[in-house]
Design a protein around this ligand. Structure first.
Ligand SMILES: [Fe+2]
Ligand SMILES: [Fe+2]
Length: 253
């Protein structure tokens, strides 16, 4: 576990404050931790779908990809549509995803993002099953400020939109990995095992995003990575009135 976490910790500008962990481990917070986690897995998949549609796939490829993810979105946002419908993570494969001829990064994006989507949807199913078993309601809850605040940093015009979104993707994945590790020791045995099982894939996701960001950029990205990393750390270290999986130090509690 330490070998997986060491690069993540070196990439992040600071570790989860003890006051967040103290709040997150309170039994009455478990439902919101699971509800927000479920949405985070879905949003991670949706972000990768957005990137593929905008920077790689042609119309047929986009439609195919959307067809895969829609039933998972329906699980949260349109549950009435899903009577008895099966979700098929195994159907998600790069085969048959046709790309635009003018998309220079299409091949590495498809390779890395399709695997990521598949893994996030699998995590989504794992969280959902845990919630069903524990009687936690599956419903959308208000998002934290975290991802929206990071998205405000995205510069305009390409390749900068792509570069910044990829760097932000790297930070969200790295922070998620660090938070699962921080929270695991305080959870019951089943959740502890589950959180630790997520570390390896989340650590790889952050590295894949970072590698793609360097590929997408005509110049070194170190400076931009540092700027976004500082902003990310402020969102984690500063007081935050709304407790969520990626929230800052709990305030007003
Ligand atoms: Fe995940
Ligand atoms: Fe991930």
């Amino acid at each position: 576990m330490e070998r997986v976490l060491a690069p993540v910790m070196a990439f992040l500008h600071g570790e989860t404050p003890a006051r967040w962990t103290a709040e997150a481990r309170r039994p009455e917070r478990l439902a919101v931790v699971l509800q927000d986690h479920l949405l985070c897995e879905l949003k991670a998949a949706q972000t990768a779908v957005w990137l593929l549609r905008r920077y790689a796939l042609d119309k047929a490829g986009s439609e195919r990809l959307q067809g895969w993810i829609r039933p998972f979105e329906d699980r949260v946002y349109r549950p009435h549509l899903l009577q008895g419908k099966q979700l098929m993570v195994s159907e998600v494969t790069p085969a048959g995803l046709s790309c635009r001829p003018d998309a220079p990064l299409a091949a590495p994006l498809v390779e890395k993002m399709v695997r990521l989507i598949k893994e996030e949807l699998h995590h989504f199913e794992q969280v959902r099953e845990l919630m069903l078993a524990r009687g936690v309601a599956i419903e959308p809850i208000r998002a934290s400020r975290y991802a929206a605040s990071l998205m405000q940093l995205v510069r305009s015009g390409d390749p900068w939109v792509l570069v910044d979104r990829l760097i932000i993707g790297a930070y969200i994945e790295a922070r998620s990995c660090e938070r699962f590790a921080a929270l695991a020791p305080y959870m019951d045995e089943e959740l502890q095992r589950f959180y630790l099982s997520l570390l390896r894939s989340e650590a790889r996701h952050y590295q894949d995003y970072l590698a793609l960001a360097q590929m997408a950029s005509p110049e070194p990205i170190d400076e931009r990575v540092r700027e976004i990393g500082e902003a990310e750390w402020r969102l984690i270290a500063e007081p935050d009135p709304l407790f969520r999986f990626h929230s800052g130090v709990p305030s007003d509690l």
